[in-house]
Design a protein around this ligand. Structure first.
Ligand code: C2O
Length: 551
């Protein structure tokens, strides 16, 4: 079957946080944008009509795009942007994928307001889940809101080399809730339930820069999926979801008839003391049928801002639900990579203010993988260059398998000149078709230690192990889960620690891998896998669609 949508991206006037109405960029006049619902195996067709004043692309986060690499969406990686007034049709299959994914703009900071859910049910519908059919389903999109034009924030960040300021509010389904010194019933999302019924919550972290804790007062969850891969049922009263990740959780409305807050609050390991509850917690209301509207809602307790134990427990305890016919972890490895992810400094780019005003090459704040700080090409997308065999001047094939120096990644090594200096480049790692890759992702704390959510386009990977400190292969190997490791498209590398992932490079194309904190992506915390064609036409990059935008 085919599921077809038209996305008109344009201006929406909206008032949030009791501020005067503001113009934002949104799809079909909605925040969050429309939900796409499809079944495994369906073809999804989305006509993007860009009526906004900005260049636009849409990424289908977590969709493999096998055979459709031109539909992946990251600007300048797989396509040139869709210019104002122009259109582009994204066409892809939801083959071998079930669960919750999402879509978002993949250019500038525009995904702050251009995002929505992508729900993939089994072919047999909700009755075919590998868990009892829930009575209802609800998408819970966590986001961030700025009292500002996010496109301008992005330009300013680029010009100054400083990351954009923190959001003014967190949101649940676009609304910040009751605790932002601004009580306005229109700014609280309400979720109606019936007592003793079971609901499937599809929780998506669409925030730009913030991992979130998610709780519902007096209720607990059974996690059954993450990143559109089923998990062994996991009981918890708190869900942890990093930007880019999704969690599918069953919740029984088993409390007394009444009203209860759901709350989303930030996890930030870098900050010892966070802002107060009232300034940093998005809330929505779970409302039982038959409850009195004026009854005071119950609040959940909130994990501390820097509660790494809770984050790690949730993120490391999930395991895959092993089902017949599903891919299993590759047991042999062709290519091993050890990749540092973290912050640093680099040269300014010619267009940046520091370069212009001083006339000298001042170091600016930056981010990198293996000391390579990624910049996007400007004249042609990387996939177009790859397809045309014309990488010269667009990218180089020398992304290193190891960092330039081995050091204590957990120490503040900001005095180490080599490490803190990360040259700007556009490097790819080239893989043969069907090669298996193991990648150790090692966080550094050159400037600050953080839990970077590393997202890979085009694939799911298996998370074999994760831990704190410097990666030690001899100690880590016996802990590898080769039986039922969780399958993800985004791994939150533990703060001051490491994660080991494996994937099978069975998808030819150019696939972005990057930190899903938008601030870090802009600073260069990214690289690209170039996966070569396989032996047949079906396993090769097809010709570009006729309407592919040109730069
Ligand atoms: Cu959800 Cu490259 O991103």
């Amino acid at each position: 079957a085919a599921v077809e949508h038209t996305f008109n991206v344009g201006n929406l006037s909206i008032s949030q946080l009791c501020q005067p109405a503001r113009i934002i960029t949104a799809v079909n006049g909605q925040l969050p944008g429309p939900t796409i619902e499809a079944c495994e195996g369906d073809t999804v067709v989305v006509h993007l009509v860009n009526e906004s004043p900005y260049n636009m692309t849409i990424h289908w986060h977590g969709i493999f795009q096998r055979g459709t690499p031109w539909a992946d969406g990251p600007a300048m990686v797989t396509q040139c942007p869709v210019k104002p007034g122009a259109t582009y049709t994204y066409r892809f299959n939801a083959t071998d994928q079930e669960g919750t994914l999402w879509w978002h703009a993949h250019i500038s900071l525009l995904r702050a307001t251009v995002y929505g859910a992508l729900v993939l049910r089994p072919r047999g519908g909700a009755g075919a889940y590998p868990f009892p059919k829930p009575h209802g389903e609800e998408t819970v999109l966590l986001g961030e809101w700025w009292n500002a034009n996010v496109h301008d924030l992005d330009d300013m960040a680029f010009l100054t080399g400083n990351p954009p300021r923190n959001a003014d509010a967190y949101t649940i389904n676009g609304k910040s809730g009751d605790f932002y010194n601004c009580s306005n019933a229109n700014e609280t999302y309400r979720f109606q339930v019936r007592r003793n019924e079971t609901y499937l919550l599809r929780i998506i972290n669409a925030a730009l820069n913030t991992p979130m804790f998610f709780k519902v007062a007096n209720h607990s969850f059974t996690v059954v999926g993450a990143d559109a891969a089923y998990t062994t049922p996991y009981e918890t009263d708190v869900v942890v979801v990093a930007p880019g990740q999704t969690v599918d959780a069953l919740m029984v409305a088993g409390a007394a008839v009444g009203r209860y807050y759901m709350a989303a609050s930030p996890y930030d390991s870098a900050i010892p003391v966070g802002p107060p509850f009232s300034m940093s917690t998005a809330t929505a209301i779970v409302e039982y049928a038959g409850s009195a509207a004026e009854a005071p809602p119950q609040l959940p307790s909130r994990p501390e801002y820097n509660d790494t134990d809770t984050a790690f427990r949730f993120l490391s305890n999930l395991t895959a639900l092993v089902l017949p016919g599903k891919p299993t972890v590759p047991l042999s490895v062709d290519t091993r990579m050890f990749v540092t992810v973290g912050l640093g400094n680099s040269d300014c780019l010619p267009k940046q203010l520091l370069c212009n005003t001083t006339g000298t090459r001042m170091p600016i704040f930056s981010a990198s993988m293996n000391n390579a700080s990624f910049v996007l090409p400007e004249s042609v997308s990387m996939l177009q260059a790859h397809y045309a065999n014309a990488s010269a001047g667009v990218y180089t094939r020398d992304f290193p398998d190891r960092p330039p120096v081995i050091f204590d990644y957990t120490a503040d090594a900001s005095d180490n000149a080599t490490l803190k200096y990360t040259p700007k480049s556009t490097k790819v790692k080239t893989l043969r078709y069907n090669e298996t890759v193991e990648m150790v992702l090692q966080n550094t704390r050159l400037i600050a230690k953080e839990s970077h959510p590393m997202h890979l386009h085009g694939f799911n990977f298996f998370v074999l192990a994760q831990g704190f400190g410097n990666y030690n292969e001899a100690a880590a190997k016996p802990q590898f889960n080769l039986v039922n490791p969780q399958e993800r498209n985004t791994v939150a590398v533990p703060t001051g620690g490491w994660a080991v992932i494996r994937f099978l490079a069975n998808n030819p194309g150019m696939w972005f891998m990057h930190c899903h904190f938008d601030a870090h992506l802009d600073l260069g915390l990214a690289m690209v896998f170039e996966v070569q064609d396989g032996p047949t036409a079906e396993t090769s990059v097809p010709p570009p669609p006729l309407d592919l935008p040109q730069c």
